[in-house]
Design a protein around this ligand. Structure first.
Ligand SMILES: [Zn+2]
Length: 64
């Protein structure tokens, strides 16, 4: 999937605005949709958490 960086606001907690952000997907809540944007440092933190989750699931699947 092609992703492109744009200038915008980070939605992932650092609160920075006017920075390079990447669209991660839609936020959907109560029938409303908003674009979920992340800056590079927040994305790195999110990906580290996601990798830890995937690795723990792999370990469970492997029976380790
Ligand atoms: Zn951020």
């Amino acid at each position: 999937m092609e992703r492109s960086w744009v200038i915008g606001d980070c939605w992932l907690g650092c609160g920075r605005t006017g920075v390079r952000v990447l669209w991660l997907g839609p936020v959907q809540w109560d029938g409303y949709t908003a674009p979920f944007m992340s800056c590079a440092s927040c994305l790195a933190r999110l990906m580290a958490q996601a990798r830890a989750y995937w690795l723990s699931r792999l370990r469970i699947a492997a029976g380790a």
